[in-house]
Design a protein around this ligand. Structure first.
Ligand code: OKP
Ligand code: ZN
Length: 333
């Protein structure tokens, strides 16, 4: 397994997220990725490979160029202070040049602030995903991009859910130049961004298992009736599960997801790996055990598809080392 680590992530450290008018400690902390990196470094058969350079064109393939330019401009402010939106567009298509307004124009929540380090970190995170994809394209069986910030909530022109660029969708788009691609998202939150960025496409099959949006972020998407649009109709599969879901229930859903992916017969697999369905995750609400993450990995690996693993969530820093070594170890069995 080849692991890609984006060093710039450490400079992006939002102190807080705004929830219900309060400042809460931000869950998406740099130590998450450091713990996972340290755990993976202990596993025989894991090797680290440096970030390759990819031009901004790869971001523009899936994101609005004005959105990218906005984030890029934020990186030139010279300020370590994080900015948050206060006002969101109140009718479709509304735009503004006002700095306060733009924060809301390019965002869908108050959990995903921006400072001067955010663009570089998010760019490197997407680059890690692209590097991992290119290694698999060149013949590696499995690569693991330690993406931080995560990506699966980022939309065409909006950040949200701690995400800025759609790392998994970008990797999938890259690989779609070389064959059929399936994306499997096992983060406990619905990957609204991945879904939206690939919704009209039949050359990428998107599957997500997640907490029912009636009870869990991102609330507005992730329902089973969302199956794609136009040519992409039938190429998006959502499997929402209730809060409190255990290994047993999850395994049935995973079986359905993997059967569907097997039926699609992709040339490449992109896996959005979140560890926030774990029983000790502070925000997920599922009850998966650590050892079950080894089973998940083995079940996915049994598809025998060249696979790109993309880090998404997982917020209990105390258990991330254990879960990630069981997952990565399970993939290599
Ligand atoms: C990102 B990823 C507020 C909780 C905020 C935001 C969840 C973002 C999840 N008290 N929840 O792991 O999918
Ligand atoms: Zn998540």
């Amino acid at each position: 397994m080849i692991v890609i680590y984006p060093p710039g992530h450490a400079q992006h450290r939002p102190p807080s997220e705004i929830f219900n008018g309060n400042r809460d400690a931000h869950a998406e902390v740099p130590s998450r990725i450091e713990r996972i990196k340290d755990a993976l470094a202990q596993i025989p058969g894991v090797e680290f490979s440096p970030l390759q350079r990819f031009p901004v064109q790869w971001l523009k393939a899936l994101h609005n160029h004005r959105y990218i330019a906005y984030l890029s401009r934020c990186s030139t402010t010279g300020s370590n202070a994080y900015v948050y939106p206060s006002v969101f567009p109140y009718a479709p298509g509304q735009t503004t040049k006002h700095a306060v307004g733009m924060r809301g124009q390019y965002s869908f929540d108050m959990y995903t602030p921006v400072n001067m380090a955010t663009y570089q970190a998010a760019y490197e995170s997407a680059t890690a995903a692209l590097t991992a994809a290119s290694l698999v394209r060149q013949g590696a069986k499995v690569s693991y991009a330690l993406c931080r910030p995560p990506g699966h909530h980022a939309e065409y022109a909006k950040m949200g859910g701690y995400c800025y660029f759609g790392n998994a969708a970008i990797a999938a788009h890259y690989l779609s130049g070389f064959g059929r691609v399936a994306v499997l998202d096992i983060d406990v939150h619905h990957g609204n961004g991945t879904q939206a960025l690939l919704y009209g496409r039949a050359d990428v099959f998107t599957v997500s298992i997640h907490g029912d949006p009636d009870y869990l972020f991102p609330y507005f998407t992730g329902r089973a009736h969302e199956r794609g649009v136009g040519k992409g109709m039938g190429y998006n599969l959502n499997i929402p599960l209730p809060l409190g879901t255990t290994d047993r229930t999850y395994h049935t859903a995973l079986g359905h997801a993997l059967d569907a992916i097997g039926g699609y017969n992709p040339d490449y697999l992109v896996v959005s790996v979140g560890y926030d369905a774990h029983v000790r995750d502070p925000i997920g609400g599922f009850k998966l055990s650590s050892s079950y993450y080894r089973n998940i990995a083995q079940s996915i690996a049994a598809l025998h598809k060249p696979s790109v693993l993309i880090q998404e969530g997982g917020y209990n820093v105390e258990v991330l080392g254990e879960i990630s070594s069981l997952f990565a170890g399970g993939f290599m069995l």
